[in-house]
Design a protein around this ligand. Structure first.
Ligand SMILES: Nc1ncnc2c1ncn2[C@@H]1O[C@H](COP(=O)(O)OP(=O)(O)O)[C@@H](O)[C@H]1O
Ligand SMILES: [Mg+2]
Length: 468
């Protein structure tokens, strides 16, 4: 752990603000992130390994509390730093705060009222930087913080973010802040990328009204001069894919990505007129509160290449509305088969009338066949479909307009416990629909442990462990 030369506060020293700022000693990128935090309410810093993210987080919170007291005079303000669990909080923050923060500016201690936190000196306004983990975010329901700082934000799903920002408020203060730091990858990869990196807010349109308050400050390994050169040398040895994410902060590839073979240049295409004689299929993944998805595919019988040429995606649609949409879009087209999520055949008793969603669909003129819901073979089929045909191009190509499938498929992470499966808590509705769509494809053989994909995954995981 590098030791920092800690300046002693003296009567002759510069103002507190200047001495804290000098002590923070931000790199130009970190300074840019700090400035962004002054100008925007939701700031994300990072993108690659070692960019000085965890460092920025704690020093930004210290400077922020000092600034609030200096500019408003409000005392006892609380901000909070979060990590996903206690061990990561201790590793990335607590031990560093102990050695880096000068004793004249406050004290790290545990109190009955506040738990563990760094308490600023009364001369600095007696604010507190609370140090918290996110094992049980519900316990923070009635809390309030003037700033929320989350380290490795993509380790958290959107629900946690929603819960935290419910507590982003402070009486008498006209502004409150959110600061996240992160690498690509993890359960929250998609929503974080959506909101800060791409700025599309597709998954969470409710954030759109605050779009002008979101700011991403990318930082690469090279932006941190304090790392030993061996660290970079170690990363340089990794294969291109890992380097892309870890060194260059490429958000299209990440650790734990299931469909790492995804290449938007090859797997997507501009829409074209699909010939009538191509073999068409449809598949439906049912949803109401969560998204409902339908995909339409057409296979070129000459090459065997399958194109996804249409998608419908939405929430809050009744069965009747869903079937209306499917029929409207399918007019004049013929389908070899239309698959549905097998759960759609579950019978429900509604005031004495026993029926299923599949019955409802059928009544409305959309006849479905139960799709194959074997998750392991379904995932292998998707891999096989994405792989190249003998002509050297992928067997599955998606029309650019199928935005949700294109957005969510490459962002799916592996499940941490069932390690060969897709994480079911990720946005997987278009993926599930794609699995159903491939139901009548012959089951690919179990690849055992020898496929390049699995070997790559194992390797990436081992390396990730090493760098934790
Ligand atoms: N401005 C800085 N001044 C001094 N050391 C820094 C600074 N920024 C980062 N470091 C050091 O660089 C190393 C990596 O920083 P860290 O914040 O842990 O990176 P990340 O969280 O991005 O992986 C740590 O040893 C940290 O103390
Ligand atoms: Mg870190």
């Amino acid at each position: 752990m590098p030791t920092k030369r800690l300046a002693q506060r003296s009567a002759a020293s510069n103002s507190l603000e200047t001495s804290l700022w000098e002590l923070a000693n931000f790199t130009p990128k970190q300074a840019e992130a700090w400035q962004a935090l002054m100008d925007f309410d939701y700031v994300l810093y990072g993108g690659a390994r070692g960019g000085g993210k965890s460092y920025l987080l704690r020093w930004a919170m210290l400077l922020y509390l000092e600034k609030i007291f200096r500019t408003t005079g409000i005392r006892n303000v609380k901000v909070a730093i979060f990590c996903e669990d206690y061990p990561t909080l201790k590793d990335r923050q607590i031990t560093w705060i102990e050695t880096e923060f000068p004793s004249w500016c406050g004290e790290l201690k545990s109190t009955k009222a506040d738990g563990l936190g760094f308490h600023l000196h009364p001369d600095l306004g007696a604010g507190v930087i609370l140090l918290r983990n996110l094992d049980k975010p519900d316990k923070y329901k009635s809390s309030q913080w003037a700033a929320i700082a989350v380290d490795e934000l993509t380790q958290n799903d959107y629900k946690i973010f929603g819960k935290l920002i419910g507590s982003k408020r402070w009486p008498g203060l006209g502004f409150t802040k959110f600061l996240g730091t992160t690498n690509p990858g993890g359960i929250g990869h998609l929503w974080v990328k959506d909101a800060w990196v791409d700025g599309t807010f597709q998954g969470h349109p409710e954030l759109k009204k605050k779009a002008d308050q979101f700011k991403f400050v990318p930082a690469l390994l090279d932006d941190n001069p304090y790392l030993p050169p061996e660290y970079r040398a170690d990363l340089e040895l990794q294969e291109e894919k890992i380097k892309k994410a870890w060194l260059y902060g490429d958000w299209t590839v990440f650790e734990g990505q299931v469909f790492a073979e995804w290449n938007p240049e090859l797997h997507t295409c501009k829409p074209f007129e699909v010939p009538d004689y191509w073999i068409r299929r449809r598949a439906v993944d049912w949803g109401y509160a969560k998204p409902w998805c339908t995909l339409w595919s057409a296979t070129d019988p000459d090459t065997g290449r399958m194109y996804i040429y249409r998608e419908a995606y939405g929430t809050g649609l009744t069965d009747q509305r869903q079937t209306q949409i499917i029929k409207q879009h399918s007019e004049g087209e013929e389908f070899k088969v239309s698959f549905g999520d097998p759960a759609m055949w579950q019978r429900k008793n509604l005031m004495g009338i026993v029926s299923s969603t599949a019955d409802e669909y059928s009544k409305n003129g959309v006849k479905l066949t139960a799709g194959d819901n074997d998750r392991a073979s379904g995932k292998r089929k998707v891999h096989r479909a994405l792989a190249n045909l003998p002509d050297g191009l992928p067997g599955l190509v998606i029309f650019e307009k199928c935005k949700n499938l294109i957005r969510t498929l490459p962002a799916l992470p592996y499940d941490e416990t069932r390690v060969e499966d897709v994480d079911r808590s990720a946005e997987d509705h278009a993926y599930d629909t794609l699995r159903y769509l491939l139901s009548d494809l012959a089951k690919p053989p179990d690849p055992g442990d020898n496929t390049a994909q699995l070997a790559w995954e194992r390797k990436a995981r081992a390396i990730a462990e090493h760098f934790k």
